[in-house]
Design a protein around this ligand. Structure first.
Ligand code: ATP
Length: 314
């Protein structure tokens, strides 16, 4: 079932910025990574999907319900990029308020609010006022608010931007758990590792438009480069190996004690076997050998190379 569908979704602000002609489909239970440089239009698109701002053209739906409708809004949980909660309330009161807005019954509120506060790791501080919370705690509070209504679709705009590495790890685990429960996740993030680990598919936005989209597996195509960490290396071997194998081999790191890292472009596995055989025959010690993988970060940088990032320009 399609959870999120957009057709030519466009928002043009009076200054001409925003995003345009966005076509995406996210299936139920999928995690979708929405990526792009600063100012690309990611938050604008999310704000339309959650019904906070209106499209100037195009349309979109959540499980078939038009965005902005009550039926669509009932299905979502949203952690905004710039979250601010009522400083004079306690954390618990803020989540209770969100639970009431979601229409939860008194019994559900009594059960779910403390459960969500514990889940995001602020249960012990839930009776403190928000003004005494750190930025990371406020972001955790925002996650509790997004989750309290038990949403079918979760929109997370930079969910761990204010958190320390421990907090980021907590959010990563939480997102994985939610995905395992079948919740559809739409994630805006600059943390490529998180996107790579969680998302099934990604779209890359630049200058308000989708530049590229596909499954994470497609994007992280296997690279032809093998990386070998070796010991007992002698510089004379490099030229000899190139001649024996006919492969393009470079040394990406060599030390006086014979430790070195080689990178070889290998198309088929026979060549890999031959290279490893020759190295061992020459008395080289193989500590590690693996095919290098393109990381999402490299994909992001490569796709955007030479492109204009209008959103960031004055
Ligand atoms: N309310 C607004 N009025 C006018 N222009 C806006 C408004 N909100 C955003 N913009 C502009 O629209 C473009 C897209 O902004 P948006 O916040 O959607 O980008 P983003 O991809 O979420 O960026 P970031 O990664 O920095 O959060 C930017 O050029 C921004 O300056």
């Amino acid at each position: 079932m399609i959870a999120i569908k957009t057709e030519g979704l466009t928002k043009r602000y009076p200054n001409g910025r925003g995003c345009s002609d966005i076509h995406i489909e996210v299936r139920e239970g999928e995690a979708f990574g929405f990526l792009g440089p600063n100012g690309a239009g990611k938050s604008t698109c999310v704000k339309m999907l959650v019904g906070l701002t209106f499209p100037t053209e195009g349309r979109a739906s959540l499980f078939g319900e038009p965005i902005g409708s009550l039926a669509a809004r009932r299905m979502i949980g949203y952690l905004p990029e710039l979250y601010r909660y009522q400083e004079w309330l306690t954390g618990r009161e803020v989540v209770e308020l969100h639970a009431r807005l979601c229409g939860l019954s008194r019994e559900e509120i009594t059960r779910r609010v403390p459960e969500m506060l514990d889940k995001v790791g602020i249960g012990l501080r839930s009776r403190d006022r928000v003004k005494h919370y750190s930025k990371g705690m406020q972001q955790r509070l925002g996650l509790a608010c997004a989750l309290v209504g038990d949403p079918r679709i979760l929109f997370l705009d930079e969910p761990s931007s204010a958190m320390d590495p421990i907090g980021r790890g907590d959010v990563r685990r939480l997102m994985r758990e939610l995905k395992e429960r079948g919740i559809t996740i739409f994630l805006n993030s600059h943390l490529m590792e998180d996107v790579e680990m969680l998302c099934d598919r990604v779209a890359l936005l630049n200058d308000g438009k989708i530049l590229s989209q596909g499954t994470v597996d497609e994007v992280l195509r296997k690279s032809p480069v093998w990386r070998l960490r070796v010991g007992g290396w002698e510089p004379r071997l490099l030229e000899w190996l190139r001649e024996e194998t006919g492969l393009k081999i470079v040394m990406s790191g060599a030390q006086a004690d014979g430790a070195a890292v080689l990178e070889a472009e290998i198309v088929d596995e026979e060549q890999a076997g031959w290279l490893h055989h020759l190295l061992i025959e020459q008395g080289v010690i193989l500590y590690e050998s693996a095919r290098a993988q393109t990381r999402l970060e490299e994909w992001f940088v490569t796709e955007l190379a030479g492109k204009n990032h209008r959103g960031e320009r004055a």
